[in-house]
Design a protein around this ligand. Structure first.
Ligand code: NAD
Ligand code: ZN
Ligand code: ZN
Length: 389
């Protein structure tokens, strides 16, 4: 089959690799009908994610048609159209039982590597480093789906691929980011990052009853898309973000702050972000947590800091003094996607949200490597690329 594979920093290729097959009774094989490039893939593309090997198959936002089933799979049949969550979860362990699917203690065969880094291992993920299982990803013609009874959700009649695909990741992630904010009605939510995750967080915060969303980025098309959803926008290269948020909130700060940027924050606007970049470049640091710092400083007393932007290691100069003295709550996770699938699918079916708004570019798998660059560089108004094998 054809698949997009990793060959080092900045080097993705579309090449021919062996087809996947059933390896376990609970596996399914799907023929991919649509897949997408995620901001998380850009961390791999930038070479900042440890644990990748040459030839690893990329991708964790995938949907397709079931073409083969292990004998223990009971919920699916051949021909079903399904969306596959990026989190691989057994459905039966301590964590899966409690709904913490991205904490599954059985799905990462390379647990030891993750334990060394983080103390304990989370779930395995598709196409996301050998630290998280080394599973082949879904930017390919076919994908092997482990625990096929637990992950995939069937796409109901009348729902298009474009509407369903983002249930695999960015829609539940944006939703979780907003849910963490404990919105009761009328709150002001500040959101850093108007990439795909930020865009869903904006819409979900408003859907859950936020009175006002302040969205922060610098890319004109992304800010425009945020305004179209009803957000007020700030440009981090032009505005003094903490001062502006203070102005907009009677000096108090936002009720909740969402970090939808993560470890690759822009490193030009502020001194701390420049220092972050130097430290990472010289191996003195693992991450660039400028946005997290700013989100903490801009949050009101006893507010929530909701972190969905991904970080990898040990974060420097986090203002814990500000957080403890002012009673902030931190919420964060790789999204336990399975927990949200049914209810968010229902919102799509009812027409409460149409996730296809996010798509700006379409391409073939062969063109995928070129579109990694388009997406990374925000070229040509690119917000989200969908690839059709
Ligand atoms: N927690 C999860 O389960 C989960 C799931 C999917 C993605 N993610 C993470 O979410 C993050 C965003 O993903 P995406 O697909 O939207 O990526 P993206 O790279 O398209 O978007 C990031 C945006 O942040 C903006 N940005 C950079 N510096 C900023 C700053 N100082 N202030 C405000 N905005 C700034 C960029 O201009 C860009 O538009 C990534 O870190 C990704 O890994 C997490
Ligand atoms: Zn993703
Ligand atoms: Zn489990």
């Amino acid at each position: 089959m054809r698949a997009i594979t990793f060959h080092g920093k900045g080097d993705m290729r579309c090449e021919t690799v062996p087809d996947p097959g059933i390896e376990h009774l609970q596996d399914a094989i799907i023929q991919v009908t649509a897949c997408a490039i995620c901001g998380s893939d850009l961390h791999i593309f930038a070479g900042v994610m440890p644990g990748m090997k040459h030839g690893d198959i990329m991708g964790h936002e995938t949907m397709g048609e079931v073409v083969e089933l292990g004998s223990a799979v009971t919920n699916l049949k051949k021909g079903d159209g399904v969306v596959v969550p990026f989190t691989i979860s057994c459905g039966q362990c301590f964590f899966c039982n409690r709904g913490f699917f991205s904490g599954c203690e059985r799905s990462n065969p390379n647990k030891e590597a993750a334990e060394k880094l983080w103390g304990h291992s989370p779930a395995g993920l598709f196409g996301y480093t050998h630290v998280l299982g080394g599973y082949a990803g879904g930017q390919a013609e076919y994908l092997r789906v482990p625990y096929a009874d637990v992950g995939p959700i069937k796409v109901p009649d009348g729902i298009t691929d474009d509407q369903a695909l983002f249930l695999s990741d960015i829609f539940p992630t944006g939703y979780m980011a907003a849910e963490f904010c404990d919105i009761k009605g009328g709150e002001t939510i500040a959101i850093w990052g108007c990439g795909p995750v930020g865009q869903f967080a904006i819409r979900c915060a408003l859907m859950l009853g936020a009175g006002r969303v302040i969205a922060i980025d610098t890319v004109p098309e992304r800010l425009e898309m945020a305004r179209a959803a009803g957000a007020e926008t700030l440009d981090f290269l032009a505005d003094d973000i903490p001062a502006r948020i203070k102005d907009l909130t009677q000096g108090r700060g936002a009720d909740a702050c969402i970090d939808a940027v993560g470890t690759e924050a822009d490193a030009t606007a502020t001194l701390d972000s420049i220092i972050d970049r130097v430290k990472v470049a010289t191996m003195l640091g693992t991450d660039r947590p400028h946005v997290l710092r700013q989100a903490i400083q801009c949050c009101r007393n006893f507010g929530v800091v909701s972190i969905v932007g991904v970080y990898g290691g040990f974060l420097d100069k986090i203002p814990m003094g500000s957080a403890i003295n002012r009673g902030l709550t931190f919420r964060m996770a790789q999204t336990p996607v399975q927990r949200y699938l049914a209810s968010l699918m229902e919102r799509i079916v009812k027409g409460e949200i149409d996730p296809s708004f996010i798509i700006t570019h379409r391409a073939t798998l062969e063109e995928g490597p070129e579109f990694y660059r388009t997406f990374r560089d925000n070229k040509d108004g690119c917000v989200k690329v969908v690839l059709k094998p």
